[in-house]
Design a protein around this ligand. Structure first.
Ligand code: GLC
Ligand code: CA
Length: 559
């Protein structure tokens, strides 16, 4: 059953799934909704609270479904609306919520609206899209897909006019100055909420409207429409959420929360590369700086924290220098780069070093926000940089060491993409089944971390304050919520480190390490000294223990 706290998303652990890549139930080589239903037990076991499904709508699939050709259906190879309802029922009965992508900004050029729109300027749907006689309008708007696109305008020989698109040229932007479009997309939203969905990850929201002389991002008019969407949710769909994909600076993302009346959640894009930078430079400054630049958000809002997703690891929110550093340290081979970013998975980015994988996950699990796991990263799946576009990080989920990694019973040649097959990341080494059987696997560790996180609302709801020890390789912060105080310490260095922390205000407390439940030495008025293994970390409970005399006990050390 679902927990009915209206702020459920503040404590939730999210998990991102491209339906196509997760599990194939009918052996056609493409993952589908029935396949996903069959894997809900696994997601429940792992402790996931909410799934984010990538677009499953009918589509020519030239942008993996973000090019929608019919908002009201499920693509045939994924299943039917009936299957979707069944997925929702079964997920809900396990206490798992499901949000899906709502692609507001554009459609496929194959969408009936566009086909009608381009027919003639007299067509009632002409103004569903943004047409122009010249391609010299809105010149301040940047190009996002720099690998493939030269302009945000494309000439349409049928309409004899240019149409506007912020992404691929086969994805014309909808015209949100047209009230009919605004209403049409609200209708799409209600339709899916009526099927029982728990909300949306709203794709590419900064770009909904255009105004001459601006960069055409984050416009006040765009926020007006997004607030309209939120009003619709609040009126009729309590407990459902909106999560914003706004790849912007924190100060520009802040308005997407409004006064708690726009988005419930937004991804924290700029923090993500700084976690990788901090790790490689062995310095906590880039991470702390990013929090200094992150404004407070309303109480009913939440950041969504991630390490990887289905796109390139975006470096758009980096300075030129930072970008060079990231490319140099994480993508020296040009084949690893896409647009302004790096198309690799977590494990290969971190040299398959279990300590680094744990460390970065520990950060997103303990910083203010709700973490989201990209499918396969919980077992340390690899990527295939030879594949085009962002396909290298969208390969089939590795369930077993059997045929096609247990993803599909089809002939391997029929798979939508090949299973990663190198000797380090192939399914003989990396798969769910064997990691479930091994008590100390990465998967078991992720499960444990999820469990522990869920015992403490302070992780999702608490404040954060950074301690500033002289050892700049050690990142230390306190999360506080009601009576609880948790001290989180990360060693970003490849060598063991010692750190002195000023914990005077907790004098008398005997910290308990949360992952192993061991008691540490009492805090006194003097600096508290901790030593950390290379890439080591501690989650320490500093909440004063009122449950009677403290035992010293090694006997309390549990696995
Ligand atoms: C978002 C999606 C990306 C897609 C783009 C265009 O950024 O995450 O995968 O290509 O929108 O729809
Ligand atoms: Ca299938």
């Amino acid at each position: 059953m679902l927990n009915n706290d209206p702020l459920w998303y503040k404590d939730a652990v999210f998990y991102e799934i491209p339906v196509k890549a997760f599990a194939d139930s009918n052996g056609d080589g493409i993952g589908d909704v029935q396949g996903l239903i069959g894997k809900l037990e696994y997601l429940k076991w792992l402790g996931v609270d909410c799934l984010w499904l990538l677009p499953f709508y009918p589509s020519p699939m030239r942008d993996d479904g973000y090019d929608v050709s019919d908002f009201y259906n499920v693509a045939e190879h994924f299943g039917t609306k009936e299957d979707m309802r069944k997925l929702l029922d079964e997920a809900h009965s396990l206490g798992i919520r499901v949000i899906v992508d709502l692609v507001l900004n554009h459609t496929s050029d194959q969408h009936a609206w566009f086909q009608e729109s381009r027919r003639s300027p007299e067509s009632p749907m002409h103004h569903y899209y943004v047409w122009s006689d010249t391609d010299r309008k809105y010149e301040k708007a940047r190009i996002i897909f720099i690998d493939t696109e030269k302009s945000n305008w494309t000439w349409d020989p049928e309409a004899k006019a240019f149409y506007w698109h912020r992404f691929f040229s086969h994805q014309p932007d909808l015209n949100y100055d047209n009230p009919a479009v605004r209403e049409a997309m609200l209708h799409v939203m209600s339709f899916w909420l009526d099927q029982g969905l728990d909300g949306f990850r709203c794709d590419a929201v900064p770009y909904l409207l255009e105004r001459e002389g601006t960069i055409c991002e984050n416009l006040p008019e765009t926020h007006d429409y997004l607030k309209e969407i939120r009003r619709r949710i609040d009126e009729a769909y309590q407990g459902r959420i909106l999560l914003a994909e706004a790849n912007q600076w924190p100060t520009d993302v802040r308005p997407y929360f409004g006064d708690g009346d726009e988005f419930h959640m937004a991804f924290h894009f700029p923090l993500m590369p700084r976690l990788y930078m901090g790790l490689r430079s062995e310095l906590c400054d880039p991470i702390i700086d990013m929090f200094t630049h992150t404004p407070d958000i309303p109480d009913n809002c939440q950041w969504c924290l991630f390490l990887r997703n289905h796109d390139e690891l975006t470096l758009e929110m980096c300075s030129g220098e930072e970008r060079d550093y990231m490319y140099y340290t994480y993508a020296r081979d040009p084949k690893m780069r896409r647009n302004i970013g790096i198309a690799r998975r977590l494990a290969p980015l971190l040299d398959n070093d279990r300590r680094k994988i744990e460390l970065l996950n520990s950060m997103v699990f303990t910083m203010p926000g709700s973490p989201i796991i990209y499918y396969g990263d919980e077992i340390g799946m690899g990527d295939d940089i030879r594949l085009k576009d962002r396909d290298g990080v969208r390969t089939p989920m590795q369930w077993t060491m059997g045929q096609n990694a247990g993803f599909s019973a089809c002939d391997p040649a029929q798979l939508y993409l090949p299973v990663v097959s190198d000797s380090v990341y192939g399914c003989q080494s990396i798969n769910v089944k064997s990691q479930r059987e091994m008590p100390h696997s990465l998967l078991q560790w992720m499960k444990r971390m999820i469990e522990v996180r869920k015992r403490f609302p302070a992780f999702g709801r608490g404040s954060i304050s950074f301690l500033r020890p002289t050892n700049g390789k050690v990142l230390a912060y306190v999360r506080r919520h009601e009576d609880t105080a948790l001290l989180i310490v990360h060693n970003l260095a490849a060598s063991a480190q010692s750190v002195e922390l000023d914990l005077k205000e907790f004098a008398g407390v005997r910290p308990i390490e949360l992952l192993g439940e061991a008691r540490f030495a009492s805090i006194t008025g003097s600096p508290y000294v901790l030593t950390l293994a290379p890439y080591g970390y501690y989650w320490l409970n500093l909440t004063p223990d009122r449950s009677g005399p403290e035992s010293y006990g090694i006997e309390q050390t549990a696995l």
